[in-house]
Design a protein around this ligand. Structure first.
Ligand code: FAD
Ligand code: ZN
Length: 465
């Protein structure tokens, strides 16, 4: 306790009074993951405003042997960014490191600090006439440092890749307080191990990302969005292949919404309307950076050939947003319908229909009355295989079956060569799954990397591994 008081004093001396939060009420938002699955405690929250201050915080914690939980926008869904219940850790919040350090339109790069909110990075790129394509529903509050640390996916992976594919260089404070300057804006650089990729997706367990050089792209001229009603899951797959080909591989998004997802969205979320006259078994949201004519031809041909039943193409920005709202409202609507058990899985794209059929059948047999709401980034083979509680069920009793449902779904996924965590990471929630399904040699390598970079074990301990 005395040691922690001493550390707090030294941190205040480095960061100033506004850089340290120790008041319990003010700390509360940093201690809870937004889905409510994890409530932690912490000795304090440190809020550095520069790389030098971040390095000083980490060096002091290393000296005092106090563990650090890096935190960005705290929108993570696996409990990786919140401290444990014992209260002996500090939270290192990056929310004051929000400078855009440089934009180089000729090099198509932007250099930003880790605390920059994703939407602001996108806006800064747009102002420079460019596109930063990473996009997810949490973009108004998640931060670039968090996006890189979780290797975030989102709704534009099909065309532009994950966060990992969008980074050229990183600046990282290591667990001993040293700063690794890897802030290069190079597309070609074969000088040994690519260290930046160790920190991408590491969920804060290997160091603190303080800045990044990100790739920019020319702003696409045409963006067309359509919602398509489809009768059969195999047709979804056939439509995907056709849409890739017809758009010259310019598909930005190919997202699946099941009928129940649309129904729940329309029932619970204001501003959601079914654009079709009648119901369809499945809906696909297609976005293409291709001329409208190409999309129109694709869809009319698909309807003629029986691959699609009906389609609407957005004819204004407002209509485009309304179609996206339907997709983004699905998890929100599910929340209003009771408790949910969630799976964020991926399989090879070609196996998505088979996965959905097998997993739905197995889950419905194990838990009669459960409502499978499987939606998401079908073009990436990534399905949010979410389960809504049976009508009238006791939420606690339903949630008590989470592990059992995991095993059913994840066994099917593993049998198809898939992943039990396609985009949200491992954090605390899926550590057991990593041990269960991870390759033993791969796990051994991960533990050795962790031990090499963080021998004291102070950087987000107990997360991932
Ligand atoms: P946090 O939640 O604060 O932290 C996440 C992890 O990264 C933690 O382990 C933390 O310790 C670590 N970390 C954070 N900042 C740093 C840093 N600077 N250095 C080192 N470690 C750090 N995710 C997707 O991939 N795709 C989606 O489509 C998607 N949609 C979402 C929609 C909603 C509505 C919500 C709430 C979440 C969604 N997510 C999605 C999950 C989440 O938004 C992402 O994981 C996001 O990248 C997390 O960023 P963050 O800044 O909030 O990080
Ligand atoms: Zn997602």
């Amino acid at each position: 306790m005395a040691a922690m008081t001493m550390l707090a004093e030294r941190l205040r001396a480095v960061l100033g009074p506004s850089g340290v939060i120790a008041d319990p009420a003010a700390m509360a938002p940093y201690l809870e993951e937004q889905r409510g699955l994890f409530h932690g405690r912490a000795a304090l929250v440190a809020r550095p405003a520069s790389t030098a201050e971040t390095a000083a915080v980490v060096a002091l914690c290393a000296e005092h042997g106090v563990a650090i939980v890096p935190q960005g926008g705290n929108t993570g869904l696996v409990g990786g960014g919140v401290p444990f219940e014992h209260g002996g850790e500090i939270v290192l919040s990056m929310g004051r490191m929000i400078r855009v350090r440089a934009i180089d339109p000729a090099n198509f790069t932007i250099t930003v600090e880790a605390g920059c909110v994703l939407a602001n990075v996108r806006a800064a790129a747009d102002e420079a006439g460019c596109l930063f394509p990473l996009s997810l529903a949490a973009e108004g509050s998640c931060q670039i440092g968090g996006n890189l640390s979780t290797n975030a996916g989102g709704v534009a992976v099909l065309r532009w890749g994950n966060a990992r594919d969008l980074v050229l260089g990183l600046e990282v404070v290591l667990p001993d307080g040293r700063v690794w300057n890897g802030l290069k804006g190079l597309r070609k650089d074969n000088t040994g191990y690519d260290l930046k990729h160790l920190f991408v997706g590491a969920e804060g367990t290997l160091g603190v990302i303080t800045a990044a050089v990100l790739k920019l792209f020319p702003r696409p001229r045409d963006i067309e969005t359509a919602l398509v009603g489809v009768a059969d899951l195999d047709h979804v797959l056939a439509l995907f292949a056709r849409a890739r080909a017809a758009s010259g591989d310019a598909l930005g998004a190919f997202e699946l919404i099941p009928r129940i997802g649309l129904e729940l969205a329309v029932a619970h979320v204001p501003g959601c309307h079914d654009p079709f006259a009648g119901p369809h078994a499945h809906y696909v949201l297609i976005e293409a950076t291709a001329p409208r004519e190409a999309l129109e031809n694709l869809l009319s041909q698909a309807i003629e050939d029986g691959l699609a039943v009906d389609a609407v193409i957005a004819d204004s920005l407002e209509r485009r947003r309304a179609l996206w709202r339907l997709r983004e409202a699905v998890p929100e609507a599910q929340k209003r319908e009771g408790a949910s058990i969630k799976h964020d899985v991926s399989v090879p794209v070609s196996m998505v229909p088979e996965f959905l059929r097998r997993a739905t059948k197995a889950i419905e047999a194990a838990l009669p009355g459960v409502r499978v709401v499987a939606f998401g980034h079908v073009g990436d083979g990534n399905i949010h295989f979410n389960l809504t509680q049976p009508v009238g069920a006791e939420p606690k009793a339903f949630l008590a079956r989470w592990e059992e449902m995991n095993r059913i779904v994840h066994d099917i996924v593993a049998g198809m060569g898939g992943s039990f965590s396609a985009e949200h990471g491992v954090g605390r929630l899926k550590k057991g799954e990593l041990v269960h399904y991870g390759d033993p040699v791969g796990l051994d390598l991960m533990r050795r990397v962790k031990a090499a970079l963080d021998p004291q074990g102070i950087m987000n301990p107990g997360k991932v591994l």
